[in-house]
Design a protein around this ligand. Sequence first.
Ligand code: KG4
Ligand code: ZN
Length: 310
Amino acid sequence: MKIIAVETSHDDTSVVLYENKKILKEYSFSQAGFHKQFGGTVPELASRKHLENLVLILDELLKNDLTNLHHVAFTDRPGLIGSLHMGRLFAQALAFSLNVEARPINHMFGHIFSVSFTQNILYPAVALIVSGGHTQLWHVKSLHDIDLIAETQDDAVGEVYDKIARTLKIGFPGGPPIDKLYDSNVISGEFNLKNHKGYALSFSGLKTKVQSYILRKQKEALKLNSFDLKYIATNFQFAVVKILIEKTQYAISNYNPKCIILGGGVSANSLLRQEFQKIHENALVPAMEFTTDNAMMIAIRSALLEENKK
Ligand code: KG4
Ligand code: ZN
């Protein structure tokens, strides 16, 4: 089954041509470099960039053999309204011109099913989805029956990574540079939060704790030295992963899943990937290329839905 999939929910413009679990062509433009100057994504500018990128992608996409195309899948929610709108209009116009259906796909379910490229999901499953916009636990009862168990009450994990990295002035997005600074030799538990029973997920307290520490250090010496950077990054990451693992373990004890699934941009994190695989004998972690937002995950989710039509 041949599918075109379109993902424009945030700052990545991504279109793929997919056939039978294979990506025949991928056209992806990250806008992260462009939004860096603003310290975060500017929604209005992101929509305009999507439009520019989609025009370029269209020229290339139409050079492929699109006969027997089954449908065009696109991310319909959640995401930045203007950015989603660009993807929707593009997908619908393309589908109309190629005389196929345009099918909406939930972005979060795309993240959950990213692991399907390489591994089989056993139901019921528990999924931890961590990105710049979301921190969620899902109960995946089947391909069609997916319930939200819990989500963060305030900042998403990736968002906190980005804010801490901005305060430390080590780059945007913040996840990769913090992950790189992580060094298990300097773990002290400095920023660890108490584990509150239940599903209450919140990261703003941790963010404030780390930022206050940074400000205090900056008062002592204007510029943080390389040890300070390593120490802060390590203990921040350690505290984040501790919370995520504890909440996932709590969901495991309640739902007794046959497998657990990790997904979203923060699932690229080395410590999280390592610790996640220790808490269940069947822990599915996506290949690195499927962690960040991409149209491949939209394609696989849409293909699975078509193959397993109710
Ligand atoms: O799912 P995603 O690609 O897109 C949006 O949510 O828009 O997630 C992006 C987030 C960013 O906040 C980024 O800092 C974070 O994923 N991220 C990481 C790592 N790589 C990317 N966070 C922690 N560790 C990483 N290695
Ligand atoms: Zn995402």
